[in-house]
Design a protein around this ligand. Structure first.
Ligand code: CUA
Length: 317
């Protein structure tokens, strides 16, 4: 039911603006159910109106028939039809992905997403809070959790599916439209659950390949004195014990990989624009931006040092 998707383009997180095969199936079910519910509502409203406007006594037999017909037979038929309609798309939603499909491992963590592209020969490209996929291709998502239960949901592409500690859930999605869509965590997972977002970008295959190639590279060498200072401070203040920047500092595994953090569409798991100012704020008062986050605020260091860190990080394109 494509007609409605244009009218209901409710921003980045809309199931009513499907851009994926699974999302289309789900959106179709929604619209068929809406139409069904509307028809039933009109019939009952008409009967109600009729009895109000033309009240007259009925014999017991007619009343009994009406109650059994309207109260038992009718709901049984309608609910059976609805059950059939809502179960029949399951095989399509749970379809297997063809051999050799792109594999992306996404792990939920409080409150961000670790994203790992598993390439042929098991080479891994890690990033965070951003997923890019080629259009019209089946993609296999392997969903995990690093702490509590999260739920992976990109409404415009399909889903959602829980991310459960200790197990891997698989979800196959196929994007059918180019564009940038939003993803959110759909399971309450702690104080900053509502601040756990991601960006999903659907690209032409050749643009996607180019992007993946750029993500594989190690971090670029800082060009300015300020950025160089930022890179040094990153080590001396211990940021490297949690974050990795490939090619420079590769020890940190707890927090998001920052190798190309400056190239991402947003910061802080989809909540801030990617600019020096946001990095600066994040470093200085992360606890105010994302309550109860593991990373401590670095408000004990000078503004100038915060700025240098921010400049270096933003430059990691
Ligand atoms: Cu993660 Cu809610």
């Amino acid at each position: 039911m494509v007609f409605a998707s244009g009218i209901f383009n409710l921003g980045l997180y809309s199931t009513l603006a499907p851009a994926g095969q699974s999302a289309q199936v789900i959106s179709d079910i929604f619209w068929w159910m809406c139409i069904g519910a509307l028809i039933i509502w009109v019939i009952f409203a008409a009967i109600l109106l009729y009895t109000w406007l033309r009240p007259h006594p009925h014999d017991t037999q007619t009343t009994a028939r009406f109650i059994i017909g309207g109260g038992v037979v009718f709901p049984v038929i309608i609910l059976s039809v609805l059950l059939y309609f809502s179960l029949s798309p399951l095989p399509e939603l749970l379809r297997p992905a063809p051999e050799g499909s792109l594999r992306i491992e996404v792990s939920g963590a409080q409150w961000w997403w670790r994203v790992r592209y598993i390439l042929e020969n098991n080479e891994v490209v890690e990033l965070a809070n951003e997923i890019r996929v080629p259009v019209n291709e089946e993609v296999q998502f392997y969903l995990k959790s690093e702490d509590v239960i999260h739920s992976f949901w990109i409404p415009s592409l399909g889903g959602k599916m829980d991310m459960i500690p200790g197990r891997t859930n698989q979800l196959n999605l196929k994007a059918t439209k180019l564009g940038t869509f939003g993803g959110i965590c759909a399971e309450y997972c702690g104080a900053s659950h509502a601040l756990m977002k991601l960006k999903a970008v659907v690209m032409e295959k050749k643009d996607f390949n180019q992007w993946l190639k750029s993500q594989k590279k190690v971090a670029k060498i800082p060009e300015t004195a300020k950025a160089r200072r930022g890179q040094e401070l990153f080590k001396s203040y211990g940021c490297i014990s949690c974050h990795s920047v490939r090619g420079v500092y590769e020890t940190g595994v707890l927090g998001p990989d920052l190798t190309h953090v400056g190239s991402r569409l947003s910061l802080g798991a989809g909540i801030l624009p990617n600019e020096v100012k946001s990095f600066h704020r994040w470093i200085k008062e992360v606890d105010k931006i994302k309550p109860e986050v593991i990373m401590p605020p670095f408000d004990m260091i000078s503004e100038e040092e915060q700025e240098a860190l921010a400049v270096w990080l933003e430059g990691l394109k």
